[in-house]
Design a protein around this ligand. Sequence first.
Ligand SMILES: *[C@@H]1O[C@H](CO)[C@@H](O)[C@H](O)[C@H]1NC(C)=O
Ligand SMILES: *[C@@H]1O[C@H](CO)[C@@H](O)[C@H](O)[C@H]1NC(C)=O
Ligand SMILES: *[C@@H]1O[C@H](CO)[C@@H](O)[C@H](O)[C@H]1NC(C)=O
Ligand SMILES: *[C@@H]1O[C@H](CO)[C@@H](O)[C@H](O)[C@H]1NC(C)=O
Ligand SMILES: *[C@@H]1O[C@H](CO)[C@@H](O)[C@H](O)[C@H]1NC(C)=O
Length: 586
Amino acid sequence: MSPVSFKLIIFLACFSISSSVPFNRVLLDFDIAKLISSGQKEGKSLICTACQVIVKGIRFLIEQEAPEEVLDDFFSKTCISMQMEIPHICNALPKVFGKEAYYVIANAVITPEDVCGGLISDCGTVDNPMNDNWTIPIPGNKPAIQPWPTPTQPKSTLRVLHLSDIHIDRNYTIGTEASCAGDALHLFGLCCRNYPSSKEAKDSIKQPAGRWGTVANCDIPFELFENTLQHISATEKNLDYIVITGDMEAHDPWDYTRDKTTSNIANITATLLRYFPNTPIYEAIGNHEGVPEDAFAPHSLPASIYEEQGPGWIYDALATNWGHWLPPTTQSQIQYRGSYSFKPYPELKIISLNTIYCAKFNLYLYVNQTDPDDTLQWLIGELLASEKAGEKVHIISHIPPGDVYCLKAWSHNYFDIVYRFENTIAGQFFGHTHTDQFEVYYENSDPNGRPFHFNWISPSVTTVGYLQPSYRVYTIDGNYPGSSWTVLDAETYSTNVTDANLKGTDPVWTLEYNTRQAYGMPDLSPASWNDLIKRFQADDTLFTNYVRYYGRDDHRLPCNAACKTSFLCGMKQGKSYEQATFCAGL
Ligand SMILES: *[C@@H]1O[C@H](CO)[C@@H](O)[C@H](O)[C@H]1NC(C)=O
Ligand SMILES: *[C@@H]1O[C@H](CO)[C@@H](O)[C@H](O)[C@H]1NC(C)=O
Ligand SMILES: *[C@@H]1O[C@H](CO)[C@@H](O)[C@H](O)[C@H]1NC(C)=O
Ligand SMILES: *[C@@H]1O[C@H](CO)[C@@H](O)[C@H](O)[C@H]1NC(C)=O
Ligand SMILES: *[C@@H]1O[C@H](CO)[C@@H](O)[C@H](O)[C@H]1NC(C)=O
């Protein structure tokens, strides 16, 4: 740390400002991810210090009624002098996030002593806003619990493709540095691109970005996305429908604009239509569809703020794009809250749920996080109607509610809703984490109790997070009268782009594994997933396979006892911030 920034901290510390709120979720988001992977102690204290300096400084400037340009300037200068990122990113960040962050800093009802502590581990207390405990009334008269259906001779089945986290980088440039984030200061949020005025451009390249994408901190070039669709359209001739669970844009939120996002999405829609002209596609919104990222202001904000900063523009764009495959009744639902429901088959309802209203980096939630835009209330209404009609429901969504990315109160309410409607919900399909995972729900939050549901968490198409591109295909029981609509079989496919780049060939896609075969599961019921967790505990070889599939290669192996516990713990959390409850005894 330079002497200049040290003085700045002392200077700011002199103002005893009692409350603060988070400033920049992107920076924190990225650095948290990097800290976890690198485990570098000095990085930890740097980002923590930076967060506190910036939050306190901005707060002070707002109290002084400084104009936005001054706030922007303060942020950029601090960011540059603390070497938090390259100047291009430091300068771009406040232009994208400023309006949201300043509004929230000025209006947040919470007064946490240390919100940086809420967002960064080991950076003060983890208090508000995670512990807000609003609850939603759950309707009574839960019907008698039906055993999970496991049809062995279904009259007919459907074949359904699940794509998640596509993240196309339109600035991906072959031959640029893929290992750009490797230094101690964790500069550069995203690699494999030509940053203006970057010193890397002049230095020698350690790992050049390959033609088909690079397993590094890089998103994918358009060509890999196109190759993925080309391959699937050639090998899966009988897809009944496709589910896509969000996140189309690159991980460069400092450069997000509404125009770039809408044209990216329009291009993806056009490309999907080109390769799958006759297959319906049902999508859910991701946190990267926000500009700024994650910023989805609810209608409870003043109308003028909602008009200017709210997500209406993206909801309109998605309503248009998704409208190719959906009935007109979904348009107003998408335009209002970015969620929708409809029935593709007489006995199946699909609910596309906007989980960005639980994202802890949706800063607007720190002004009011109670059921934003009545999304859970709406979900209950939809489930109740389906229960009465004897239909089954699939929920497709981006953020798995068991993940700590999802605020605690929203997640806990969602868990209770799934429990209330366990007979009606036949499947839950998520993405967001990029890794290949699942989460089991336990009755009464007892980790030894009855497992009543589970989340599919599908692996990403993007390579960000050091992952090979993947997709999944389900075999689903349906569409005949009385079908259970449960998933009977799942196959996960991936390709090794490192190999294709090396050999100068096209990517070769292969079946990575069939879930039931790989894990020896008789069916895909919550009880079988729970049994699998138990078998993982006892069988290291089986567990090692899970770790391999989780990251599509061996880079997380060997996984020692603590590592294993944390994996098992993740599988048992159907709701967030309940590690102590669900992981007791592991
Ligand atoms: C929510 O938290 C407040 C303050 O900690 C507490 O008084 C209240 O009883 C809690 N309510 C519920 C429903 O848990
Ligand atoms: C990305 O591409 C656009 C258009 O070609 C260009 O203006 C911009 O500078 C590029 N950004 C980066 C970070 O490479
Ligand atoms: C989508 O973008 C790619 C890359 O820029 C371009 O080659 C392609 O023609 C576009 N596709 C459509 C259908 O607009
Ligand atoms: C917060 O939002 C909820 C749901 O929209 C609303 O009922 C409540 O009145 C809002 N609270 C405040 C303090 O604005
Ligand atoms: C991918 O290909 C590279 C280069 O051939 C190889 O070193 C690596 O082991 C492969 N990864 C997997 C998971 O097969």
